[in-house]
Design a protein around this ligand. Sequence first.
Ligand SMILES: NC(=O)c1ccc[n+]([C@@H]2O[C@H](COP(=O)([O-])OP(=O)(O)OC[C@H]3O[C@@H](n4cnc5c(N)ncnc54)[C@H](O)[C@@H]3O)[C@@H](O)[C@H]2O)c1
Length: 454
Amino acid sequence: MEINRREFIDKGTKLTLGLSALGLISNSSFAAREPGKKLKIALVGTGSRGTSTWGKDLLIQYPDQLDMVALCDINPKRLDFAKKYIVTTAPVYLARDFNRMVEETKPDAVIITTTDCFHAEYAIRAMELGCDVICEKPLVTEAWQAQKMLDTEKRTGRKIITTFNARHSASAEEIKKVLVSGTLGKIISAEFMEFLDIDHGASYFRRWHGKSRFSGTLLCHKASHHFDQINWFLDAEPLEVSAFGDVSFYGKNNAFRGKNCRNCSFTEKCDFYWDISDSKLMTEMYVACEKEDGYLRDGCVWDNEIDTFDTMTVEVRYNTGAILSYSLNAFLPYEGQRIAFNGQKGRLDVRRFQRQPWDPGHGSDFRLTHNFKDTKTWHVDPSVGTHGGADKKLKDMLFLQEEKDPLGKIADSRAGIFSSLIGIAARQSIETGKKVNIADVIDFPVGWTFADNH
Ligand SMILES: NC(=O)c1ccc[n+]([C@@H]2O[C@H](COP(=O)([O-])OP(=O)(O)OC[C@H]3O[C@@H](n4cnc5c(N)ncnc54)[C@H](O)[C@@H]3O)[C@@H](O)[C@H]2O)c1
């Protein structure tokens, strides 16, 4: 049965945004299961994210709430590593046996932490087999995946959570609170600049993220966090997208290249030489397993086949009338973000520091300035833990009954799809040189809400 797209936009938008803004509903109903009954989890994709946040940490943090019942991956050696690293007795299954795994181990929910382009396939199969889905971002990398996922969710009645941990950082919570307070009046425009440095930024070009067929480019892989945050901050949905993007730094933009760092003859002269064997964890998780699937974790950043943009700008118009100006550069000398909101009554400036040579300090500087009035500054420190404490806060909300969600931080399929659709539309705009209507990408009439909100 096809989802009724008008119904999706109409009932979904108005009801979800309205009630979640009031803090009356939460999608984190994994916590609301039968008392004393543990949630049975299967994990597909046992790489870095899967074995840590959604593996080892998960079992340490929520022993009374959930059980890991199975692990699945394409790589048998990484599966063996994962089982030991996570410290679980759960059986392991190769990817081709995913259906058998679900039938034999009967998980309530499947956590998906594979390479991005496979998220949709597993989400769809998990729902068809009767499971809920907890999926890493980006939820999808192609428009057809979005459509199929929505159809399956509707048909099966299962639930999808997109794990947008970035909503749970202390600075994101602070931004949302300022905007919800209404102090800026109606938001007219927003600015978001993402600075990825030559360490973190380069890391994407050493592995599958550098090939757009796997990651949907950083417009999906990385920017899905930022597009989701802006959608959430503004309580708005995207209508139109235009973009530019280039591979201007990595890939072909160097005189020499190798296959991967370990076997390279240019280690002396390459600024990006990285010795993966310095890390026991990386060696066990990737190097020791690479013969099985050819996945080189220390691939060359100058690989001629790199087609993921390292510089990009995106403009988005929303159904509230607000416009967004976004940029991402992945080769900078420092890391962080600049975010701003221009409202009818003033402007909010946020500078997020992550790594900069002149000041290693962390956290975010806020400045709130009202037209014709005062300006106020304050600093927000990150919480303790991975991703500034955001990973734990997200999981607490998913799995602990006492956690409430007044800011509407738990993201569903709708949020996952809208954030990915901005990236997908941006790719189309870059390819065609034309502005793209979101309604044309996924074939449902988003645009009708535009007039209502103007
Ligand atoms: N939210 C966050 O902060 C955050 C942080 C890191 C990664 N992630 C997400 O987590 C996911 C995994 O990232 P990672 O860094 O762990 O990557 P990774 O390369 O370390 O792990 C990916 C795993 O997926 C497996 N895999 C590949 N194709 C598969 C298939 N068809 N079927 C089953 N398994 C398959 C690989 O063998 C590997 O073990 C990505 O989607 C990424 O976007 C999110």
